[in-house]
Design a protein around this ligand. Structure first.
Ligand code: SAH
Length: 233
């Protein structure tokens, strides 16, 4: 089965966007993944095609209507009943590489992109939807978040990345950040590539890389380091 992505959005013209170039773009052309966009506005019931309304309780901004969202989600689900539905929201669980791996191994995803103040909360009670955040930042819409999640999935699909091993050593795959990289020139503004990387001693290089991955994770991401130690111990 080919990985199929369906995006529910008010701005279908944002897709494939950056996923139309480079690795993901070539893979899309080659049919290694499929992309469908469903304009949320198509599911509005009135003649003005209204998708939002003012927040109950007052306050600034507009909220996406639950009846419109449900109609869009149900339409996507009818075509793709076994795919998980992800809603992009800063209130969601932060996405992880482990979850991306699971998604990439599956049939595909349906991704719901918010706008304005976000979704009427009842959609999450009424439908099986996974709320996903791409980090503790606030975007103006769910589309860039959806592009991020999709990009991360697509690079893992069979035949998309050049060397199959290049995914395995990346940051997070072992619960650690990746070690630092260097390339020519050997000297730049008086700074040289670490001696060990030029030694040709593969065992020493592997040990150095492991050490650097651990040191950098401990210093830069104490949260990851704690988790890594808990899993290891
Ligand atoms: N009022 C909301 C923010 C709405 S931002 C709040 O404070 O929680 C508008 C839309 O952008 C959201 O509905 C969501 O789809 C998207 N968005 C913003 N930040 C995001 C993030 N960190 N992760 C995923 N989606 C995000």
């Amino acid at each position: 089965m080919t990985f199929a992505a369906t995006i529910l959005t008010l701005y279908p013209e944002m897709f494939p966007g950056p996923l139309g170039v480079s690795l993901a773009g070539r893979a899309l052309e080659e049919g290694k993944w499929l992309l469908d966009t469903l304009p949320i506005r198509d599911f509005a019931a009135d003649k003005h095609r209204t998708v939002d309304d003012t927040p109950a309780g007052g306050g600034a901004g507009m909220v996406l209507r639950v009846d419109v969202l449900a109609a869009a989600v149900d339409h996507a689900l009818a075509a793709q009943p076994d795919s998980p539905i992800l809603a992009m929201t800063p209130r969601g669980r932060p996405i992880t590489q482990a979850r991306i791996r699971q998604l990439a191994a599956g049939l595909g995803v349906i991704i719901l992109c918010g706008r304005f103040e976000g979704f009427d909360e009842r959609i999450f009670a009424g439908r099986a939807i996974e709320e996903v955040s791409v980090g503790d930042i606030v975007l103006s819409g769910g589309e860039p978040a959806a592009l991020m999640v999709l990009d991360a999935c697509i690079r893992l699909l069979p035949g998309v990345m050049g060397a199959p091993s290049s995914g395995a050593e990346e940051s997070f795959e072992e619960g650690l950040l990746e070690y630092p990289h260097y390339t020519r020139p050997v000297e730049w503004e008086g700074r040289t590539i670490p001696e060990v990387l030029r030694s040709g001693d593969h065992a020493k290089i592997a040990a150095w890389r492991k050490q650097m991955a651990e040191d950098d994770t401990r210093l830069r991401r104490p949260d990851l380091w704690e988790r890594h130690r808990d899993v290891r111990d």
